[in-house]
Design a binder for this molecule. Sequence first.
Ligand SMILES: [Zn+2]
Length: 248
Amino acid sequence: MAVIKTKGIVIKEVPYNDTDKILTLITEDLGKISVSAKNARRSGSRASYGTQVLTYGEYVLFKGNSGFYLNSCDVLVNYYNLAQDLVCFTHAAHILEMAEDTAQDPALSSRILILLLYALQALSKGRNPLLISSAFALKLMQISGYPPHVCSCAVCDTYDIENIYFSFKSCGFICENCSKRDTDAIMLDVGAAKGILYVLCAEKGGIFNFELSDKLLSVFSTIAFRYISQQHDKSYRKLEILNNLNIN
Ligand SMILES: [Zn+2]
């Protein structure tokens, strides 16, 4: 069996047999992969090291005919502290789910991994979880090749936009005139539009270095989450627990 070394983060762990786990990793060069971790459910065993969700490490894997098997792991950093706060942990789970749905392509996985690490780092530092997860969603769409159209009206192409609307039908900014034929479009305050532009233009950790008022963040996050749901044709439900508990 070939031995492979790769850096990656565990985004899912599923029990298998009595003592094993199947891990899902987003890696820097292999894309999203499943890894069998033998005896990883034996607590305190060496085999369990580095097999928890939110572990980022350097993994040594065997590649067999039916997939990858974990040999060993060198933990580089973990984000287990996020589990101490329900709001943070729920947003982290939402971020992992969005990343999992996007990281199929090995050509994208390196950029998604970096974005993921910066987002988890920002959450760990106590940044607003809603801002981090919604900015993550928007940047993720850009990385995967589906950024919203923001440089002109997505319908008539005019650059002369006084009042900006966001159209889900046209996937981007539209002008007031075109919004009259798009009743689903959302009017954007300049601050929310600037937030969207900022995230699309920023790189690496800078993506999360901005602030929005609660009112602007509400619009920004509504757009970001609905946009990724539309592109992935999927309802993301992890944050509903916070809404049901009336916290966010
Ligand atoms: Zn227009």
